[in-house]
Design a protein around this ligand. Sequence first.
Ligand SMILES: Cc1cc2nc3c(=O)[nH]c(=O)nc-3n(C[C@H](O)[C@H](O)[C@H](O)COP(=O)(O)OP(=O)(O)OC[C@H]3O[C@@H](n4cnc5c(N)ncnc54)[C@H](O)[C@@H]3O)c2cc1C
Ligand code: SF4
Length: 348
Amino acid sequence: MNPFDYERAADAPAAVALVARRSGASFLAGGTNLVDHMRLGIASPDLLVDVSRLPFDAIERLPDGGLRIGAAVRNSDLAADPLVRQRYPVLAAALLAGASPQLRNLATTAGNLLQRTRCAYFQDTTTPCNKRSPGSGCSAVDGNNRNHAILGASDSCVAVHPSDLAVALTALDARVRVLGPGGERTIPLTSFHRLPGETPERDTVLEHGELITAVDVPPLAMAARSAYRKVRDRASYAFALVSVAAALSVKDGTVVDARVALGGVAHKPWRAVEAEFTLRGAPATEDTFRAAADAELGGARPLPDNAFKVPMARNAIVAVLRSLAGHEPRTEARTDPGAEPGTEGGAR
Ligand SMILES: Cc1cc2nc3c(=O)[nH]c(=O)nc-3n(C[C@H](O)[C@H](O)[C@H](O)COP(=O)(O)OP(=O)(O)OC[C@H]3O[C@@H](n4cnc5c(N)ncnc54)[C@H](O)[C@@H]3O)c2cc1C
Ligand code: SF4
């Protein structure tokens, strides 16, 4: 690990100023991703500005009925929050499907959104990787690409975003609040993460020195009936091969509204707009759910090792929607032995 300076910021403007004026500086929150990257030689910041103790550790109810989640709220605290569990069960379920209880006790909301891909070549500094070393090539395109993207990839990078929380927040139309050298701005989560294009080294639209202060989740009545399903190689402590976050509103057998987002399939959490369009106004039946999944996955371009993700995503979308529509008992097996009772499907 390279030598680096360490500062604990007194407040948010001080943190922003410290990072903005040094190109090699990074914010440090729980450190569960950044410190690993420093050990692996993927990141070598010359200054770490610790923002984990800034007063962004509250979960507040907003006047419009929404929720403001502080950037430093730990994943375990967010998953356990009574309001989150009651009104946005998809959030609690996504968090509890990720990492381990120990990691969730350290990992923060902002750090989770900004964690970097788990592509094995990205983490191996002996191999070419455009994301780690721009212009060096992509080892995954002709290498082992089983875990990689089926949607939105480019010739430069076929990696997927690993966050579970980001998928749930994307389905809920959350907005990221940011403080930068030029002031504050708010970024919809749907446009916060980027597709790789020619510049896969940039995961998000954040500029250097911009600090996430909070994430706002709008009031969404149907989110009380929401769920997260994560399909992975092991029942716990594994990243998603495919995941689905969804919320469904059904009246008199017809879908009034729907939110669907996918994880494990693209460089960013994938909002399934085609699926949502197909669902709205249609009968809440298995045929509709299949048509919605097919509409979304029609644009999938699987790689040699990951064609299985297309039927896997289709089946996961249909299963979640079927469960939310009440076509089957909501007592499916949990995906994470560490999860709390009933959180596999999220909504109760
Ligand atoms: C073994 C293992 C298994 C895991 N499994 C899963 C899983 O299944 N699902 C899942 O979603 N995650 C998983 N994770 C990832 C884990 O959730 C992330 O490491 C964690 O959420 C990162 O949060 P952090 O606070 O530790 O971030 P840090 O490591 O401190 O920071 C991560 C990045 O965010 C930046 N940053 C932090 N705070 C701010 C801020 N306020 N403003 C701007 N930039 C900021 C940092 O500069 C850094 O670039 C796993 C991790 C490990 C080690
Ligand atoms: S898929 Fe992206 S992260 Fe993985 S090797 Fe290629 S460029 Fe690097």
